[in-house]
Design a protein around this ligand. Structure first.
Ligand SMILES: [Zn+2]
Length: 274
């Protein structure tokens, strides 16, 4: 099952989820569109959720609906957490040692590769620094990965996926990001290791389609948009007066929140078919 790189062709969106309900909303969109999808958990969510329950739920869902759904651990800095994700049946893990010097990043990444290989779990690593949208522009520019470092990194590790900082950021953009498309192209020329784009929230359809036009982009991460869709669902409930109704119906509230996430996810997944 742990074969979304190489063996499963195509490109993926990865959506951050934090519980069974958010996982269900993302998978419902994927099932309706007959699309494979990646669900990812932040380290914070991973710490709080019932891992066994989520693993079981996702496995049952994909069998029932005949789609592939992969569970991924996002931005982990500690090997202990990564070991837990592997033990709990996550399909892939991201080791993020991008704040360390290159050699240390390589060292920790290799440690994780050795841990993951035994279980057939895929490894994503980060190079450069994908900032947050509230960072200053010059900090973001400084964090862009260099082709020399990318070359050294992929030669020195056995990673399955590379999150190279190409100019996107986490959070919501206040201005259009300067994406280094040349770096995507150059990376494709020097290595078969596919790229992951972090900070997919707020990138317009045109930008997302342009990114997807590069065959070496395998995964685009969407986190903030899932949270915003969840919030919009709640706001709709409030604005629709559902919270004030005398015969308050939690099913209506749950459905609006679910549908808000499902619709956002469907919009992104449709881009894979254009
Ligand atoms: Zn990220």
């Amino acid at each position: 099952m742990n074969d979304y790189m190489g063996k499963v062709p195509g490109q993926f969106f990865a959506f951050n989820i934090w519980n069974i309900e958010s996982a269900r909303a993302v998978m419902d969109a994927a099932a309706a569109l007959r699309c494979n999808v990646i669900l990812q958990t932040s380290v914070k969510s991973f710490a709080l959720l019932d891992r066994e329950e989520l693993r079981w739920f996702v496995t049952r869902y994909m069998k029932k609906h005949d789609i592939q759904v992969y569970l991924h651990l996002d931005h982990a800095q500690k090997t202990e957490i990564i070991a837990e994700a592997i033990a709990n049946g996550w399909d892939s893990v991201m080791v993020d040692a991008s704040d360390r010097p290159l050699e240390e990043n390589i060292g920790l990444t290799n440690e994780v590769c050795a841990m993951a290989e035994k279980s057939g779990v895929l490894v994503e690593a980060e190079i450069g620094a994908v900032g947050k949208t509230r960072d200053e522009i010059d900090i973001r520019e400084a964090g862009i990965a260099t082709i020399e470092d990318i070359k050294r990194f992929v030669k020195s590790t056995r990673i399955d996926l590379l999150a190279a900082a190409i100019g996107t950021s986490h959070g919501s953009y206040h201005e259009s990001p300067q994406i280094h498309y040349d770096l995507i192209e150059e990376t494709g020329r020097i290595t078969d290791v596919p790229l992951v784009v972090h900070g997919g929230t707020g990138l317009g359809d045109e930008t997302l389609l342009r990114l997807l036009s590069y065959p070496n982009i395998k995964k685009i991460n969407i986190s903030t948009d899932v949270k915003l869709a969840y919030r919009n669902g709640i706001l709709e409930c409030i604005q629709g007066g559902y919270m004030e109704e005398e015969d308050f119906n939690p099913l209506k509230v749950t459905k609006l929140i679910h549908d808000s996430i499902e619709n956002m996810v469907a919009k992104k997944l449709r881009l894979l078919r254009i």
